[in-house]
Write a protein that binds this ligand. Structure first.
Ligand code: ATP
Ligand code: MG
Length: 692
């Protein structure tokens, strides 16, 4: 397993006796250490299912599983490679009963949460406010606070009122047998902390836990990790303090600082060689991160040579910037033989909404691309409809799912009936589904509506039974096709959409989704190469349960030859030969740090902290590039609805310290070419030789 590892990496891989922290800059092979260490642990005799490797995204998990398999073959399949949240689902499913949760609980998405909050506040609030509360409540939950504790520490009346809503919100979640995303960390934490038998079980099971991107864990995740590994502390964490970019979501560098205190025997290993980028790119990265305070001193060097200078591109507007990015991609392809694949290019930006002009320009140029970290497949209405049905047959008490399923497709049950049912259910302290067969319900809703409700209830029970007994891909495919026919979902889509093409696109999403679900039920399936592989069959019920967690399509994306459009946050851990960082305009990156109205704001601690995080974000972006890097900025930027004059980001000047960055302007290039041509022509005329 020593192939392709340097000495320090080998040390990190071979040290399995106790806690180990690999602390190193971007592209130094931290993730590679994790993959190799999984293989090494198995070689040393640790059963694969006793190893857990925690990654930051589902996509990273899929990649790591694949790499580990490449190293040691099939046994890597049984390693638990997943995100903290997916691990949480597994723990809560196995042991949530002790917290009063059925194994078939529901996982709520952000929309459900907002609507429950709105409801918990008495229905008088708008959705936008509910979303703000959601943010605050999530923050508290990530700090490990429950509603009472949140109330106790609330700073003002506003926070106190949110804490009150939070208490009601939590009650509702219990009633609905549902959890939100934050609970997927908080509940496992409570399980391990408060229930010794559960804690022992997990500590016995896990022989080694590995964590990638450790710098972006939050306080509750760290607590969870500590309880999982117990006092023996058999874990390997890898991270880079300069790449901590999720502070706004509660990630904290304190976790890095605490490790040596909490584990005095911690072995800290530093990696110094960068295997990803050229020296020119690395220098730009170091210059940008330089001004940040250092948590640990680090040096990083590359032996890949100086490489191309970093290019700075200016553009008038975003549209212009997009054209230039496309032109750059085309000219880089034209300039080498064979031309680089489309997938070796990435365009990175700060915020999702910036993608649009680039999508348009790429489309116009017929360049295939994918948007990652953007609007997810699972956020589409049709997919959410289907998921609501799954959720309901998994957990009948999931009221938001009930409401969505019973009205999509419409089955002649109107809002008045549903309102009456809801009222009745809350009077009887039941879920809406639970209330369907309550003997007193007939007094509360009209007879005709009652029949419709009963029919729906029976149908869900029937589906649940069938899903439970549907095993493997083939059977699942048949089940899903039958079900869609029974509820006439295709017709529903065409009726709801004026535009036939849009309806057809939705229907094709539905089919794609169902096919993907069926694949996940396993049995005999085809892998990416078309070869038959046999995987463990799962029931469709089990498959549906994990669906709510998959927030991006990326996990199932096969390597396709496409240009990547991605936010900087979603680009973490990844690399591309050619990277274009766009929108590197003061006010966008760093994001408007000064006060919007131009009032002179004193540089508070908060502003300084934010600038540090912006700097790390830029550092992450730069260090994604392997061979060439361009950064572009626009002379005008949107501010609210207006366009205002803009300056290049301060980071551009900083990158260029002590190095040549080449300002790229095709017009200048053209001028130079013309001049050269004219000079040649002149010289030729003077010497009398004819022009070729
Ligand atoms: P990031 O901080 O961006 O997550 P990282 O530290 O996890 O980066 P990796 O992604 O593991 O770095 O490695 C960066 C690149 O260098 C990868 O292409 C990897 O295959 C390569 N690499 C790492 N170590 C070695 C090595 N010892 N020899 C050759 N290539 C290596
Ligand atoms: Mg990495």
């Amino acid at each position: 397993m020593s192939a392709g590892l340097n000495l320090a990496q080998l040390q990190a891989v071979h040290y399995i006796q106790g806690p180990c922290l690999v602390l190193a800059g971007a592209g130094s092979g931290k993730t590679r250490v994790i993959t190799h260490k999984i293989a090494h642990l198995i070689e040393q005799g640790l059963a694969p299912k006793r190893i857990a490797a925690i990654t930051f995204t589902n996509k990273a998990a899929a990649e790591m599983r694949e790499r580990a398999q490449g190293l040691i073959g099939r046994s890597a399949r049984d390693v638990l490679v997943c995100t903290f949240h997916a691990l949480g689902v597994r723990m809560v499913r196995e042991d949530g009963q002790v917290l009063g949760l059925k194994p078939q609980f529901s996982i709520l998405d952000a929309d459900d949460v907002a609507s429950i909050l709105k409801d918990a506040a008495g229905g008088t609030t708008d959705l936008a406010t509910a979303r703000q509360w959601q943010w605050t409540i999530s923050k508290w939950k990530n700090m490990g606070l429950n509603a009472q504790q949140a109330l106790a520490q609330a700073q003002d009346d506003h926070e106190r009122s949110i804490a009150v809503v939070m208490a009601r919100y939590e009650e509702r979640l219990t009633a609905y047998q549902s959890v939100d995303f934050d609970d997927l960390i908080g509940m496992p934490l409570r399980l391990l902390r408060d229930h010794p038998q559960v804690r022992e079980k997990w500590q016995q099971l896990l022989g080694h836990v590995l964590v990638d991107e450790y710098q972006d864990t939050n306080a509750t995740q760290y607590e969870l990790l500590k309880l999982l590994v117990g006092e023996r502390g058999r874990f390997t964490a890898v991270g880079d303090d300069d790449q901590s970019i999720y502070g706004w979501r509660g990630a904290t560098l304190d976790n890095l600082k605490k490790l040596p205190q909490d584990y005095p025997s911690l072995r800290v290993i530093k990696l110094e060689q960068n295997y990803r980028s050229t020296s020119a790119i690395l220098r730009a990265a170091n210059n940008v991160i330089g001004p940040n305070p250092k948590l640990f001193p680090k040096t990083l060097f590359s032996e890949l040579g100086e490489g191309e200078p970093v290019r700075v591109v200016d553009a008038d507007t975003e549209e212009h910037e997009a054209e230039r990015a496309v032109a750059r991609i085309q000219s880089l392809r034209a300039g080498s033989n064979p031309p680089p694949d489309w997938k070796s290019f990435a365009i990175l930006y700060r915020a999702n909404h910036q993608a649009k002009p680039f999508e348009k320009a790429l489309r116009r140029a017929n360049i295939p691309y994918k948007v990652s970290g953007g609007t997810s497949f699972f956020d589409r209405a049709e997919i959410r409809d289907l998921c609501a049905w799954f959720r309901l047959w998994i957990n009948n008490d999931d009221d938001p799912a009930f409401l969505r399923a019973i009205t999509n497709p419409k089955r002649g049950i109107g809002h008045t009936t549903l309102g009456a049912l809801g009222e009745f259910a809350s009077q009887h302290k039941q879920s809406m589904f639970g209330a369907l067969f309550n003997a007193m319900l007939p007094a509360a809703v009209p007879r005709r509506a009652l029949e419709g409700l009963h029919e729906f209830g029976r149908y869900i029970n029937d589906l649940e039974y069938r899903a439970r007994h549907t095993l493997g891909a083939e059977a699942s495919r048949t089940f899903l096709a039958d079900w869609l026919r029974e509820i006439e979902y295709e017709k529903h889509l065409y009726e709801g959409e004026d535009n036939e093409k849009a309806a057809a696109a939705r229907w094709s999403n539905v089919l794609e989704f169902c096919d993907w679900m069926a694949q996940r039920a396993g049995g005999q399936v085809q892998d990416a190469t078309g070869a038959d592989v046999v995987t463990e069959s799962k029931s469709l019920l089990e498959v549906s349960q994990t669906i709510a967690l998959l927030s991006t399509i990326s996990e199932r994306e096969q390597e396709q030859d496409m240009v990547t459009l991605s936010t900087l946050h979603a680009s973490k851990g990844l690399e591309w030969p050619h990277v274009i960082l766009v929108g590197v305009t003061e006010g966008m990156l760093p994001f408007k740090l000064d006060d919007d109205e131009g009032r002179q704001e004193k540089v508070s601690d908060d502003t300084a902290q934010r600038l540090q995080e912006e700097r790390r974000l830029m550092y992450v972006g730069i260090t994604r590039a392997q061979r060439t890097l361009a950064v572009s900025w626009t002379k005008k930027r949107k501010k609210g609805r207006e366009m205002v004059a803009a300056q290049p980001s301060r980071f551009i000047a900083e990158m260029a310290l002590d190095q040549k960055t080449a300002r790229e302007d095709p017009r200048e290039k053209l001028k130079a070419l013309r001049a050269e041509f004219a000079a040649k022509a002149q010289a030729a005329a003077a010497s009398g030789t004819p022009q070729a």
